[in-house]
Design a binder for this molecule. Structure first.
Ligand code: UTP
Ligand code: MN
Length: 529
């Protein structure tokens, strides 16, 4: 597997490095740091302090960065004559870092000496990796796993007081592009969401992983004072609110939001008036911003699924359309609607996105679309952040009347695409329906703009796509991490590759994918990590 340079680590650290000078490019031995993206931590146990000192100096001389303490700056934990489980136990005991608190890879001294010989950080091969036995992890002291994919997290959060505070801290870190801190707070919040009880005293947190010093401090303060001063300060902070506001505009990321803030812009109206250069997506995001801020309801999502189903089946009668994302996990509302499309005859789904979107556009159902063709250049065994499916990030025009007059049971009876006659007649009959919902269209208009993601997966990749698009984001992240660290497998929304056997592991259902990992199956409603 390839080495993973972690560019952000250097500036975004949760724990300050004692060798901060190295971040400026100089090592304590006066040599230039050549491989700043890599941070080595040498485990002293069984290595001894003098040998550790010697190896530390050697590494600095070769242009490596060596961390005295375990921290987010570490990418490679190097140990001699220790098993992976021993190292994990040690890190937890001595450094208070649970196995979930870091992303670094655990390697044997062989990797270190070979890298010194080669004068560069070598790729970590299987033989370099310290084996971590899952049995030991499962039966270790902490009964709660540090991996979200080994926990059941429903929507019934018993620790909202703490998770909301930690969420603010996570958001604030994200808006400062501090990935390490963002993850630490997100993981802390996630573990609390999975607890079957409400935390009322610090002792309730005993043995619970993923709670770093900072997160524990926040929880303690809330237990004592009812609030957390740091969170209070963030909530008073103009930059936090402004960046959050800007980043909530479809098509706007943190960098752009920050740029606008620095230019003195504060409100969406100011942004509209500023005549700055915008992408097409941002233009649409601004145009429909008021609607897009209003949560999408379950009924609206069902209705959009119905519309898409009808549209797709015009071209492919046997196509399968599935509601994924938060709604599949049981959420009552969301920020968008995620739909996955496939067809049992693999190949038939190719290009369908263009036909469907074109057709819906001519019917006036789509306000904005951005179609991406299949971007895969053959299967890659390295998981990537983005998938390569044919997809469309769109904004739908949802008629208020349609959904207001819609009962769940009428979904299959009426066809929004069958022309005006059916549309009027078929729907007014359904006003008595029990499942009354409201399309919250802002202003006086008769429709609401709704964000919809359409994703097309070939049938053989459907199970992986479904798993990948169901979320939650943290659940997905931990599944991939679990695959990589504990199984030496690479998981993506397309496939699962076993790096040891050098083969792809096919799956037709999500259950089969969990089985490939030896994990207990977690249904979507329990993936709200
Ligand atoms: P969403 O961002 O829609 O999250 O992505 P959500 O859980 O449905 O939350 P709300 O309710 O809309 O706010 C859904 C899942 O799809 C995957 C992510 O893993 C996420 O968990 N996804 C999303 C991708 O794989 N790629 C993308 O480009 C977007
Ligand atoms: Mn979603």
């Amino acid at each position: 597997m390839a080495l993973m340079p972690r560019k952000k680590r250097c500036k975004d650290v949760a724990v300050t490095s004692v060798y901060d000078c190295s971040l400026d490019g100089n090592s304590p031995v006066g040599k230039k740091v050549k491989f700043g993206d890599f941070g080595v931590f040498l485990v002293e146990r069984r290595m001894g302090s003098s040998r550790r000192r010697f190896l530390t100096e050697l590494a600095w001389k070769k242009g490596f960065r060596v961390e005295e303490q375990m921290s987010d700056l570490v990418t490679h934990v190097v140990a001699e004559n220790n098993t992976g489980n021993e190292v994990l136990e040690l890190l937890e005991k001595q450094h208070g870092i649970c196995r979930d608190g870091f992303d670094a890879v655990l390697v044997d001294i062989a990797w270190f000496t070979e890298s010194m010989g080669a004068e560069r950080p070598l790729e970590v091969e299987n033989r370099h990796r310290l084996q971590v036995s899952t049995e030991a992890v499962a039966t270790s002291e902490a009964p709660i796993s540090s991996y979200a994919c080994q926990r059941r997290t429903t929507l019934r959060n018993k620790n909202m007081l703490f998770t909301e505070a930690l969420k603010v801290l996570a958001e604030s870190a994200e808006l400062s592009e501090s990935e390490g801190r963002y993850l630490a707070f997100s993981r802390a919040s996630s573990i609390l969401k999975s607890l079957p009880y409400t935390v009322t005293k610090m002792e309730d947190l005993q043995g619970i992983p993923n709670l770093g010093v900072h997160s524990r401090k926040v929880i303690k303060e809330i237990l004592e004072d009812g609030t957390c001063s740091e969170v209070g300060n963030i909530l008073q902070n103009e930059r936090y609110h402004t960046l959050k506001r800007f980043a909530s505009v479809f098509g706007v990321g943190v960098k752009t939001a920050d740029k606008w803030f620095r230019e003195g812009l504060r409100t969406v109206d100011e942004l509209r008036a500023s005549n700055g250069k915008l992408t097409k997506r941002q233009e649409a995001g601004l145009l429909y911003h008021n609607d897009l801020c209003v949560p999408v309801t379950r009924a609206e999502a069902d209705w959009i699924k119905h519309i898409v189903e009808r549209a797709v089946r015009r071209f492919l009668p046997d196509a399968i359309i599935t509601l994924t994302g938060g709604f599949r996990r049981g959420k009552e509302c969301g920020h968008d609607v995620d739909l996955l499309i496939t067809h049992p005859d693999e190949g038939k789904e190719e290009g369908i996105i263009y036909q469907v979107v074109n057709w819906m556009t001519t019917k006036g159902l789509i306000l904005y679309d951005d179609i991406m063709g299949n971007t895969s250049k053959g299967k890659s065994k390295e998981p990537e952040i983005f998938d390569h499916f044919e997809k469309c990030f769109s904004i739908f025009k949802l008629e208020k009347e349609l959904v207001n007059n819609l009962g769940a049971e009428t979904l299959s009876l009426c066809d929004p695409l069958a022309g005006n006659q059916t549309r009027g007649g078929g729907l007014t009959a359904a006003t008595e329906a029990s499942h009354q919902v409201t399309v919250v269209a802002t202003g006086d208009k008769a429709w609401k703009a709704v964000r919809v993601d359409l994703v097309v997966a070939p049938f053989s990749q459907y199970a992986y796509a479904l798993l990948g698009w169901t979320g939650s984001r943290l659940f997905e992240r931990d599944l991939r991490r679990y695959a990589k660290h504990l199984k030496n497998m690479s998981l993506s929304s397309h496939s699962l590759f076993d790096n040891e056997q050098n083969i792809y592991l096919p799956a037709t259902t999500e259950e089969e994918i969990f089985a490939h990992f030896g994990l207990e199956y977690i249904p979507p409603q329990e993936r709200n990590a």
